[in-house]
Each structure stands twice: as C-alpha cells, then as structure tokens.
Design a protein around this ligand. Structure first.
Ligand code: C2E
Ligand code: MG
Ligand code: MG
Length: 479
C-alpha cells in the first residue's frame, strides 16, 4: 500500500514537472513566435512598421468605419545626403525622420518606412486639414532639428495626403493616391499636396511631356514665336521676345509653362536653351540686324553650363551685334548661387548683351538683388497689370514699381497688357515699354516684320485719365 502511494506520488510529481516544462517551453515558443512576427513586421533601421505590415494595417483600417487619411512621405534631398555626407549620415537621417514622425503622430497612427527614403502614415479619424497640419508640423520640426548628422544642413520632405472617400475603391488605390499626391508635391516643389482627380490629369500631362519632348526637340519640331515689345510713348516696335512653341501638341502639354519645368528636371533644357539662343540670333540676322530679340533663360541653363561662353560663341557665329540679344532671367536664378550668378551676369554685360529681370513681383522682389545685379530692364509681371484694373491701390503700386525702376536706372516693361485701357493707364504711369495681346500676340517672324505702330496707344492715351490715390480722377470708359 505504501509502495503504491509512493509510486502514485512520484508519477504525479513527474507529470507536474513535465507539464511545467511543457508550459514553460510553449510560453517561450509563443514569446519567440511573437518576437519573430514583430521582427518580420518591423523595419530594422527605424523600428517602424515595414511595407508588408503597413499593407496589412491599411487593409484593416480601410475596412473599419470612420475617416481615414493616408500620408505618403519622401525625402526630397536624400540622395544628396547619401552622396555628400555618406551612408551612415543617410541612416541617421532616416532615424531622425522616424523619430519625428513618432513624436507628432497620434497613438492611433500606423507609421511605416516603405523602403528607401519613403514613409507612410495612417491617420484614422483625421480630416484632410488635420492630415495636412500633421505634415506641416513634421516638415517644420525636421527643418529646425539641431541634431542632424554633420554635413546635413536640413531635411526636406515631399508629402502627399489621400483620404478614403466614396470613389476610392480599395486600400491599394488609397496608397496609390497618396503616392501620386506626394509625387506631385515633389515635382512641383509644393508643400504637402492633397490628392484630387485633377492631379491625375496633371501627372498624365507630365508623363506625356517626359516621354515625348526629347524626341520632338531632336526632330526639330520645336519652334520660336515672337511677341512684339512696343515703345509706350510712340507705339512703335522696340524689339521682340522669343517664346518656345511645340506646335504639334495642343492643350496643356504644349504650353511652355508646363513643358519647360520638365525640361529643367530632365536636363533637356540645356540643349533646348542653347538652340533657342542660336535660333533667335539666326532670326535677328535674317531680319537684317534690325530687331532686337529677348530670350528666356532658365535657372538650370544659366547656372549649370558655361553660359557666358555659349552666348559669346553663338553671337560670333551668327555675326550679329551683341546689343541685339537680350537675356531674360527671373529672380529664382539669383537666390541660390548669388556669387556665381553675379559673375555670369558680369561676363554677359562684358559681351555687350542686355539683361532683363522677368516676372518682377512674383518672386522675392528683393531690392537688394535688384541693386546688386544692375539690370538693364525690369519686366513687371502681368499680375500687377491686372491688379491695376481692380483697385486704385493696384495703380499706386505700379506707379511705385515704375518709379523705383527708373530711379535705379532701369527701363521698365509692363507684361500681359490685354486691353486698350490698361495700355493707356500704363502709358500715363510712365512705363517705357508694353507687351501683351493688346499690342500683339506671339506670332511668326513675318508677322513681326509687318508690325504696324500700335494704334492702341496713339489713340487711347489722350482719352483716359488715371485714378490713383493722388489724383482721385475717375478713368473714362475706354474699352
Ligand atoms: P514669360 O517669359 O513671362 O513670357 C510671357 C508669357 O505671357 C508668354 O506665355 C506669353 O505668351 C504670355 N502673354 C503675352 N501677352 C499676354 C497677355 O496679354 N495676356 C496673357 N494672359 N498672357 C500673355 P508662354 O509663351 O506660355 O510662356 C510662358 C513662360 O514659359 C514664359 O513666361 C517663360 O517663363 C517660359 N518660356 C517661354 N519660352 C521659353 C524659352 O525659350 N526658354 C525658357 N527657359 N523659358 C521659356
Ligand atoms: Mg520672358
Ligand atoms: Mg514674364
């Protein structure tokens, strides 16, 4: 009996030990399994979710009720960081971005690194505006971080926001929309961009331009149109501006405002810009050196190539007096590499070409730039001409800009003059030259050669009085 009791007790103890060992092992196993699962879901560098885990989280969030915003982020200057500061610095930057996202996201957010320098954040129960504000907070915080690795000045983000709406059919589509909004923000160098159906159209146009512009240019299918520049006092032709045209493209893709920024992105602008200069010079020669032509030069072309040598060589080859070529640049050229820009402008001046500051008033419009760079002419952007129509303050502002230009020894051109009334008012304000549909739209060289002195000006100036704060005289109604 005693022996039986001992055997039973021993057996029970053995069973208990086996059970404990089994339970401990299975607990460890499940711990390991959950660790392994977490590792499989985690981006090892940043500790955020990885792409696979984000896709799962997105599918769950997409099928749950309530608002859902998806933020797609890409680092605008990451390649530069890796190239100039090294890969360790690149890794450190990615960790700082992850840390900043964690700090600013609510506890309900799923934050992931999608690979490379791309991140995605799911924000449940957020409005569009709140998601955009989140992006702004992250951007600002990253820009002002003082603990970035050596050699990294700042970290810039491109961010796109897409919200789950009725027409968004799937989680995958939401992710694609966030990505497209981000791409748009990046390519247009905008702040955070909210997805809309228009963006798709805009990206379609950009893709079309990217794939076709190079072929069109190489096949000689780009042309120049010439818009007259008119003397505001006499109404006579004072020169022309050469404007690129892509005749076989109708619609948005064919507008220089759309295809030139893309040519800048791809670098094609350097070849296109060279051709524009040579073609404009050849045209001056074909017009017996009688009409000056201004060409637009983009920032990349101006700063990336040996621009002044190109201009000098082209002038010699065309055999045209240098003062008949004018170069139009915008303020964006002057902002980044001020010293380099100053040197190139000096060299151009030495060659004898005139330099015009285009679209004045749309950029930084800093007086210090204008004084420092010594332009021959200031072209006031058409937005100011429109503003003059709308309010008396608009007229006063124009008068001040014109006076400022004159006091700095520059001649002043008003762009985008569309009506006789605008032309007459600008004449009274003392502008030197006018350009716009009211004086002549961009057209062929033949049309330019047949330009007739503008009646718009000679007739209108006498029958209009301008209304400004000083004069308070009502303008007469000139159509
Ligand atoms: P921009 O240099 O300021 O040229 C003036 C723009 O205003 C031209 O647009 C012209 O067609 C338009 N315009 C002229 N008169 C009027 C008017 O009365 N009303 C209105 N609403 N618009 C008027 P376009 O030809 O579409 O060119 C747009 C921009 O593309 C140009 O602005 C210039 O920045 C750029 N661009 C054009 N050709 C070239 C080029 O050969 N090289 C470079 N880098 N940029 C160019
Ligand atoms: Mg221009
Ligand atoms: Mg302009």
């Amino acid at each position: 009996m005693e022996l039986e009791a001992v055997i039973i007790t021993t057996s029970l103890a053995a069973i208990a030990v086996t059970a404990i060992v089994f339970l401990t092992r299975s607990y460890r196993l499940s711990e390991r399994l959950s660790e392994a699962r977490q590792q499989a879901d985690t981006d090892t560098l940043t500790g955020l979710l990885n792409r696979g885990a984000l896709n799962n989280a997105l599918r769950d969030a997409f099928s749950a009720p309530g608002a859902l915003q998806l933020v797609y982020i890409d680092l605008a200057n990451f390649k530069d960081v890796n190239d100039t500061a090294g890969h360790e610095a690149g890794d450190a930057v990615l960790e700082k971005v992850a840390d900043t996202l964690r700090r600013h996201a609510p506890s309900t957010a799923s934050i992931s690194r999608m690979g490379g320098d791309e991140f995605c954040v799911l924000l449940p129960d957020h409005t569009d505006l709140e998601a955009l504000e989140f992006c702004e907070r992250v951007c600002t915080s990253l820009k002002t971080r003082s603990d970035l690795p050596d050699g990294v000045e700042s970290v810039d983000l491109s961010a796109g926001v897409a919200s789950r709406s009725e027409d968004c059919q799937s989680a995958e589509e939401l992710l694609r929309r966030g990505d497209r909004a981000m791409y748009h923000s990046k390519s247009c160098r905008l702040g955070p961009e909210l997805y809309s159906a228009n963006l798709d159209e805009s990206l379609r146009v950009r893709r079309e331009i990217r794939s076709e512009l190079g072929t069109a240019f190489n096949a000689g299918r780009l042309q120049l149109a010439y818009q007259p520049l008119v003397n505001a006092r006499t109404g006579e032709l004072a020169g022309a501006e050469a404007l690129l045209r892509w005749p076989d493209k109708i619609g948005r893709a064919g507008s220089p405002g759309e295809f030139i920024p893309i040519a800048e992105e791809t670098g094609l602008i350097v070849d296109i810009g060279k051709w524009v200069i040579q073609e404009a010079l050849a045209q001056i020669a074909r017009m017996d050196n009688k009409i000056a032509i201004a060409v637009n030069v983009s920032t990349r072309q101006f700063l990336d190539t040996d621009f002044s040598t190109l201009v000098a060589d082209s002038i010699i080859e065309a055999g045209v007096p240098p003062n008949l070529l004018k170069i139009e640049i915008t303020e964006s050229v002057l902002i980044t590499y001020t010293e380099k820009a100053a040197r190139i402008l000096r060299e151009l001046r030495d060659i004898g070409v005139q330099i015009l500051l285009d679209d004045f008033g749309t950029g930084y419009s800093s007086l210090s730039y204008i004084q420092k760079f010594d332009f021959d002419m200031l072209k006031i952007d058409r937005a100011f001409v429109r503003a003059m129509d709308k309010s008396r303050a608009g007229g006063d502002l124009l008068r001040s800009i014109i006076n400022m230009g004159h006091s700095l020894d520059m001649e002043v051109v008003a762009e985008g003059v569309e009506t006789r009334r605008q032309a007459a008012m600008l004449q009274l304000l003392g502008v030197d030259y006018l350009q716009g549909f009211a004086l002549g739209a961009p057209g062929t060289a033949d049309k330019l050669l047949n330009f007739q002195p503008s009646e718009t000006l000679t007739k209108s100036s006498n029958d209009i009085q301008i209304q400004t704060e000083d004069s308070k005289i009502k303008p007469s109604s000139v159509a």
